[in-house]
Design a protein around this ligand. Structure first.
Ligand SMILES: NC(=O)c1ccc[n+]([C@@H]2O[C@H](COP(=O)([O-])OP(=O)(O)OC[C@H]3O[C@@H](n4cnc5c(N)ncnc54)[C@H](OP(=O)(O)O)[C@@H]3O)[C@@H](O)[C@H]2O)c1
Length: 343
């Protein structure tokens, strides 16, 4: 029994990509299996997954490939980032019980090299904070508004998908920095959340407004300095009509176009010239070296109570495929995560 491990080998429950999505992804795209967790080699760590983040970009990772990422091979464990606890470490710098974040994949007990793990600074926040207001959605809002949007106090800021993971933080960062903020979201409950809890001046329910441009004109009577765009399509077009001189349009995401048979042709680009404005996209991963800066700022606003975070928590790994589809149906309220195990 010389090679017997010094710990009880857990079963690793996994969700594998079984079929590429046609339309909104769901359980039919995955198969489940259960295998003994792989013993960590020197330099590796055996983990227990606590939280997984669900993000719209995962839909494109499931496809053949995108402009910036190869598609996940069929039969592989679904990719996904999250928070985990160290069960057994063969890597320097990690001990049993440490909390880390990493690209864990959709599995309960991944074995990962220590160099791919980041130990959580619990002085900044709890494991739940690290998947929520200190997680990548929040960091995306921070760099999108500041670096791409060039946020200044007194800017008039419009945010779409404003009740979601990225959007709710973007609304609050702009409000904290002294801007007048208007949020766009689907449904009365999300709109009430945006004004009453996030502190936006006005919320627009795009699902009930027949003329979105007219609704933006009413909500933003002085126009828009920054449009933080999470959805693309007709909403982007409507926002372009209201740009103020020197406006910045932050292309964060275009979720409305994910399943469009034909990509929506944006008509109002001429408004950028008239406003001498600019429009720029970005990927949060390019700010990797500055994540600490964002998290330090966000954690301070958590501590002083000015930044809130609504987490929408689904319990159990089995919920992950259902949750992914919820993002595209607007069924999530707040940052959507899966709690795989108790922290
Ligand atoms: N650039 C980057 O590095 C980066 C990083 C992370 C995320 N993103 C992007 O940021 C955006 C938000 O991501 P998130 O993780 O925070 O998701 P989220 O906002 O929490 O969830 C997605 C929301 O999008 C809205 N939506 C879905 N389908 C829509 C449609 N057809 N038209 C309009 N709105 C629709 C829904 O809200 P309603 O109920 O209000 O419609 C839904 O709740 C996504 O576009 C994502 O790809 C970009």
């Amino acid at each position: 029994m010389a090679n017997e491990p010094l710990y009880k080998v857990p079963t690793n429950h996994r969700l594998l990509l079984a079929a590429r999505p046609v339309g909104v992804p769901g359980p039919e795209n995955f198969t489940a299996d259960a295998v003994p967790a792989r013993a960590p080699a020197v330099g590796e760590v055996l983990l227990e997954t606590l939280y997984l983040s669900l993000d719209p970009a995962m839909r494109s990772w499931m496809s053949e490939g995108t402009s910036y990422k190869q598609g996940i091979p069929l039969g592989d464990v679904m990719l996904g980032g999250g928070i985990a606890r160290v069960l057994h470490s063969c890597a320097e710098g990690f001990v049993t019980g440490d909390l880390v974040q990493a690209r864990l994949g959709w599995q309960t007990h991944p074995t990962i090299a220590g160099r791919y793990l980041q130990k959580l600074a619990l002085t900044l926040g709890s494991a739940e904070d690290w998947i929520g207001p200190l997680g990548l959605s929040a960091v995306t809002a921070y760099f999108g508004l500041r670096d791409i949007g060039g946020l200044r106090s007194n800017d008039r800021v419009l945010v779409s998908a404003a009740a979601g993971g990225v959007g709710q933080i973007a609304v609050q960062i702009a409000r904290i920095e002294g801007c007048r903020v208007v949020g766009i979201a689907g449904g009365a409950q999300k709109c009430a959340f945006i004004t009453d809890e996030l502190g936006a001046a006005v919320a627009i329910d795009y699902k009930t407004e027949k003329d979105l441009s007219a609704a933006i004109a009413r909500a933003c009577p002085d126009g828009i300095d920054i449009y933080f765009d999470n959805v693309g399509g007709p909403t982007l077009d409507a926002a372009l009509e209201h740009l103020r001189p020197g406006a910045r349009v932050v292309l964060c995401g275009r979720i409305s176009q994910t399943h469009a048979a034909e990509p929506y042709g944006v008509r109002n680009l001429g408004r950028l010239s008239a406003a001498r404005g600019r429009m720029q996209g970005f990927l949060v991963f390019n700010y990797h070296d500055r994540y600490d800066e964002a998290r330090t700022w966000l954690a301070a606003r958590r501590r002083d109570g000015s930044l809130r975070q609504r987490l929408h928590v689904l319990d159990g790994l089995v919920q992950a495929p259902i949750g992914l589809g919820m993002l595209f149906r607007g069924e999530n309220s707040g940052k959507l995560v899966v709690r795989v195990a108790e922290g």
